[in-house]
Design a protein around this ligand. Structure first.
Ligand SMILES: NC(=O)c1ccc[n+]([C@@H]2O[C@H](COP(=O)([O-])OP(=O)(O)OC[C@H]3O[C@@H](n4cnc5c(N)ncnc54)[C@H](O)[C@@H]3O)[C@@H](O)[C@H]2O)c1
Length: 254
């Protein structure tokens, strides 16, 4: 296979579904060896088996793999880095932080538990993965690209999503800071802000709310996971070699 990503290892969290799965698909198409990590191991395995191009080429770094991971648990993240260091001779140079959850409710009814679980996965999880794998890249003296997934509601807020919108605004701010700190190691960090994308996550939004949200999308439809994955792919590649600390909307104009 000839592709810009041949010989590069890509770690994708939340790889068992939606945007993470599409990112695995697109990155493997470009020749990357993909590590599909998800809390749901079976779903991550399904991504590798049926949604990725086959690993190929003698200059490749190895086979794709699926791995169980809870991004919110530092022990699980440490286990991951240790497992990967045994399995591959180089650290992943492409990191896509797509693991995320919602626990929507009116702010006046939101439980502390639902507040904390969303912040733990979406914000702390992104932090733990960035910190751990940026360290591995810096120690190995390899350049890299980290792509975080925020949300357009991190910019504008959304009814029922105090916890989620706060976590996603945090991801934007954290990305900008990480980009400033990691530039000297030649590690770029950027963030994507999807609008409403047709994945299992959006299936929980009541139809009435969905209809009114769609009225605010000039393109008049939900986006596809692949439309987000193509942007992730661009940010992961050397084609975006001077883009660092950027926040890019992919919303159909919302
Ligand atoms: N779908 C949208 O409209 C939309 C819009 C904006 C942002 N996003 C963001 O994009 C990312 C992907 O969302 P999606 O729509 O593909 O959702 P999804 O629900 O289809 O997929 C999320 C995946 O993350 C995994 N996951 C959840 N918690 C985890 C944990 N603690 N550790 C590891 N994996 C975990 C799930 O098992 C699932 O496979 C999320 O960060 C989400 O917030 C989605």
């Amino acid at each position: 296979m000839v592709g810009w990503a041949v010989g590069r290892l890509a770690l994708v969290t939340g790889a068992g579904s939606g945007i993470g799965r599409a990112a695995c698909q697109v990155l493997s198409r470009e020749g990357a060896t993909v590590i599909a990590a998800d809390r749901n191991y079976d779903a991550a395995l399904e991504t590798i088996k049926t949604h990725t191009a086959l690993a190929s080429g003698s200059n490749d770094v190895g086979e794709h793999c699926a791995i169980e991971l809870d991004v919110a648990d530092s022990k699980s993240v440490q286990n991951l880095v240790q497992t990967l260091s045994k399995q591959y001779r180089v650290p992943p140079r492409i990191i896509v932080n797509s693991a995320g959850i919602t626990r929507d409710n009116w702010m006046l009814k939101l439980s502390e538990e639902d507040y904390e679980s969303v912040l733990n996965v979406n914000l702390k999880g992104t932090f733990l993965i960035m910190q751990t794998f940026a360290k591995a890249m810096a120690e190995a003296k390899v350049s890299g690209s980290i792509v975080n997934i925020s949300s357009i509601v991190g910019k504008y807020g959304n009814i029922g999503q105090t916890n989620y919108s706060a976590s996603k605004a945090g991801v934007v701010a954290m990305t900008q800071t990480a980009a400033k700190e990691l530039g000297k190691f030649n590690i770029r960090v950027n963030v994507v802000l999807p609008g409403f994308i047709d994945t299992p996550m959006v299936k929980t939004v009541p139809d009435k709310v969905k209809e009114s949200l769609l009225k605010m999308v000039p393109l008049g439809r939900l986006g596809t996971p692949n439309e987000v994955a193509e942007l992730i792919m661009f940010l992961a590649s050397d084609k975006s070699s001077f883009i660092n600390g950027a926040s890019i909307d992919v919303t159909g104009g919302y």
